[in-house]
Design a protein around this ligand. Structure first.
Ligand SMILES: C[S@@+](CC[C@H](N)C(=O)[O-])C[C@H]1O[C@@H](n2cnc3c(N)ncnc32)[C@H](O)[C@@H]1O
Length: 355
């Protein structure tokens, strides 16, 4: 496998199991307001909003609705909205959501909606055409597996041995630069991009890495399958879960380096978003519901990558082992609900295209 994911689990599954990502997006509302205020474009011209990594759309549509409300208060004269994701995304689900009751098209019926099914590590639309860019919980995905990995007992940035972590971080740095270079080309001069993604505080020891607790559980379930001979050890050693939380320094590096002449950094900072699954557990004490919902949340974003990178090599067959893995996770969460906290640190980055 060279690609990192084919997208989220479709057919409504991601939308039904992404309330954490919805909370991340809502935590960025004040920044979105600042982003719209910072746009240096004519106030009465038509504008294009682009959302990068829209998935099936529930959360994307919520973000775009907020953006359109803010932009109409700035008297924008007409909107185009471009939704971007991978070609293998559930585009049919996104189209259904756009025709459904939660769509911004009810409130802004003249909006022209466009789909851009292409990797966001390259330009997805014409140069200098995007007024406002947004991206929620997406830009931490890698474009591909880092080359030459050998990490038989680990799965993630937080637990990778230092020499392997260097390979992961090198891929993440190249991808982030490619993502921003493509946006620098697409943004209008004066246009603004707001990205929210997983972060880490980068402390020397121990660093707080977003989702480290959850990835620890995923790793232990996968290792149980490796140790019983279900998953080939060499396959697992070559695989890292291809999501990389960034530090503030890693996120800002391109704006002081290769993209300094094109992008101004307006904001970069970390904030905590409480896991809705842990909050519900604290409120209700319902351990079975917590284990079910937290495992389903994990399955929604991780299944495609694990199937392609690991489970398709399993002896019992990909479908059997995929179901088994998430059932193992759910059992472990039910047995020890406090043991695998999500430990979110959301990293937000806002940049403006230089004139
Ligand atoms: C966790 S979902 C976030 C969806 C939505 N923005 C939200 O906040 O709920 C991450 C999305 O990023 C997309 N994605 C990952 N890599 C991508 C790439 N290279 N190009 C475009 N989209 C990508 C996935 O397909 C997925 O839909």
């Amino acid at each position: 496998m060279t690609g990192a994911t084919e997208g989220m689990k479709g057919g409504g599954y991601y939308d039904a199991n992404s309330s954490f990502q919805a909370k991340v997006a809502a935590s960025g509302d004040a920044l979105l307001e600042q982003a719209v205020a910072a746009l240096a474009v004519p106030a009465d011209a038509p504008v294009t909003v682009a959302d990068y990594g829209s998935s099936e759309g529930r959360n994307s549509i919520a973000t775009v609705t907020t953006a359109l409300s803010l932009l109409s208060a700035r008297r924008a004269a007409g909107f185009a909205v471009l939704h971007n994701d991978l070609p293998t995304n559930d585009w049919r689900g996104l189209a259904a959501n756009l025709a459904g009751p939660g769509s911004y098209l009810w409130r802004f019926p003249d909006t022209r909606t466009l789909f851009a099914p292409r990797s966001f590590f390259e330009p997805v639309t014409l140069p200098a055409t995007v007024t406002l860019g947004t991206s929620g919980s997406s830009a931490h995905w890698l474009s591909r597996q880092p080359a030459g990995l050998d990490m038989p007992r680990s799965l993630y940035r937080s637990d990778a041995p230092p020499d392997q972590r260097a390979k992961i971080l090198s891929q993440a740095a190249a991808d982030w630069e490619a993502f921003l270079a493509a946006r620098a080309e697409e943004l209008q001069p004066g246009g603004v991009l707001l990205v929210q993604m997983l972060g880490t505080d980068g402390a020397p020891d121990p660093a707080r890495v977003s989702a480290a607790g959850l990835l620890k559980l995923m790793n232990s379930c996968a290792l149980a399958l490796v140790d019983e001979g279900e998953i080939p050890a060499d396959v697992y050693a070559r695989y890292a879960f291809p999501v990389v939380p960034r530090t503030v320094d890693e996120a800002t590096a391109p704006m002081t380096g290769s993209l300094a002449d094109r992008l101004d950094l307006l904001h970069c900072g970390l904030n905590d978003v409480t896991s809705p699954y842990e909050a519900a557990l604290a409120r209700t004490g319902d351990v079975a519901a917590f284990a079910r919902d937290y495992a389903a949340f994990t399955r929604a974003f991780s299944e495609s990558s694990l199937r392609d990178g690991v489970f398709r090599f399993a002896k019992a067959g990909v479908d059997v082992v995929t179901d088994r893995f998430y059932a193992m996770m759910q059992d472990a969460l039910a047995a020890r609900p406090e043991a695998y906290p999500f430990e979110d640190l959301t990293l937000s980055v806002m940049v403006r295209r230089r004139r």
